[in-house]
Design a protein around this ligand. Structure first.
Ligand code: HEM
Length: 393
């Protein structure tokens, strides 16, 4: 079996993981990534196939479950009800209930809200250099997901704080301090949602939380703990990845010369997908093998994990000519930035809508905007996100 090593915290890698991905894909495309202690797939065909292969899954095999340490009880109580950590009927039931409430009509109805939020943020921009990440990229998704769920928007700062602390648990540099912060955040987040769900039970509204309370499939409603786990997942997943998709997308666009016709209404849908293919915010998701799987040149053993490197799959030249360039002429639809198979991103239609509205509005309002400094990515792999995005308006 071919091995390779690459620290995910190496500064050069953090700024440009794609150079390493190209080497790995050419040498592999499936190799043992020593720093991760598992096999990793770097090409589009393998990643695409394994995302859909039911012999693999996200749920930890029973014989690998470890007792939850005392300092992570509240975090675990939320996580264990997340559909993202389940397979089979348990996953199907939770996802089905969410999808019944998360209808395409409800998403499309958010169009005007998204435009209104963007306009309000743009109107408040200063006329001197400023950081677009907090001023725009963070605010759009957090306000949209709060509005969708029915959580008061004046709690946005708390949502951000809780969510940032919890998602840090999935970084490769997780530490005890990160765990302690995530535990406090999970406890506070769950308390807030518990009382908020009680309020909505007595005073239903036309929002996603009220819909989730009412959602019923074969007589099986969500329990309060499942509701909390689901709302935390939607709030966390619903903004974190979108914030950094927006940030990475703005950077990519600002680095292009020439016309920006690709932001026109007839092209923006494909452009948003091409931006996600080119520089996605989430680079790896892992899977457990539930049986031995022949990967061609090696066997993935039952119980072992494999890293599906979504960030590398998007740059596979076998899929896209000159894949290392942003090109609005690419047919980007087949990218895997939203995953694939049974865990395909529930929020993809919402995330796409946000990008398709926010980017044209931003560049129409600030046509002369330019980068004030070369933006740098944060040391937070598998998240590929900008630390700051300072622009001159
Ligand atoms: C551009 C922004 C986004 C990106 C790149 C993204 C990416 C992903 C990916 C790659 C997965 C699959 C993980 C796996 O297969 O292991 C996923 C799952 C998920 N995403 Fe997103 N996401 C985005 C936005 C959103 C939004 C806005 C929401 C909710 C409002 C959301 C909710 C979810 C949920 C609930 C799952 C779990 C689905 C399941 O386990 O069945 N995501 N996302």
């Amino acid at each position: 079996m071919k091995h390779l090593s690459q620290s995910p915290s190496d500064p050069e890698f953090v700024q440009n993981p794609y150079a390493f991905y190209d080497r790995a894909r050419a040498a592999g495309p499936v190799l043992f990534w020593e720093d991760y202690g598992m096999l990793a797939a770097f090409d589009h065909a393998t990643v695409h196939a394994l995302l859909r292969d039911r012999r693999l899954g996200r749920e930890i095999p029973d014989d690998q479950r470890k007792p939850v340490p005392d300092h992570l009880q509240a975090f675990d109580a939320v996580e264990k009800h997340s559909m993202l950590e389940k397979e089979g009927d348990g996953h199907k039931r939770l996802r089905g209930l969410v999808l019944r409430a998360f209808t395409s009509r409800r998403i499309a109805a958010l169009h005007d809200d998204i435009a209104e939020i963007c306009a309000e943020l743009i109107a408040a921009f200063p006329d001197t250099p400023f950081d677009l990440i907090p001023a725009f990229c963070t605010q759009v998704p957090v306000r949209v997901i709060a509005r969708l769920l029915g959580v008061p928007e004046d709690r946005s700062d708390d949502l951000l704080r809780w969510s940032n602390a919890m998602v840090a648990m999935y970084q490769s540099n997780r530490s005890r301090a990160i765990e302690d912060a995530a535990e406090i955040a999970a406890a506070e987040f769950a308390d807030f949602l518990r009382s908020y769900i009680d309020t909505r039970r007595d005073d239903p509204r036309d929002d996603l939380i009220t819909n989730l309370i009412a959602a019923e499939e074969d007589g099986a409603k969500l329990s309060t703990d499942e509701l909390i786990g689901t709302c935390v997942l939607l709030l966390n997943a619903g903004h974190e990845a979108t914030v950094h998709s927006l940030g990475n997308a703005v950077k990519t666009i600002l680095e292009q010369g020439g016309s920006r016709d690709f932001l026109n209404p007839d092209q923006i849908a494909n452009t948003a997908d091409e931006l996600l293919r080119y520089d996605p915010p989430l680079h790896i998701f892992t899977r457990y093998a539930y049986e031995d799987i022949d990967l061609g040149n090696q066997i993935l053993k039952q119980g072992d994990q494999i890293a599906l490197v979504l960030g590398a799959a998007g740059r596979d030249p076998a899929m896209w000519p000159h894949a290392d360039r942003f090109d609005a002429a690419h047919n980007a639809k087949a990218h895997v930035a939203f995953g694939g198979g049974v865990h395909f991103c529930v929020g993809a239609p919402l995330a796409r809508l946000e990008l398709q509205i926010a980017l044209p509005m931003l560049f129409a309002a600030l046509p002369d905007m330019r980068l004030d400094a070369t933006p740098s990515y944060a040391d937070s792999y598998h998240f590929h996100k900008l630390e700051t995005l300072i622009v001159t308006p």
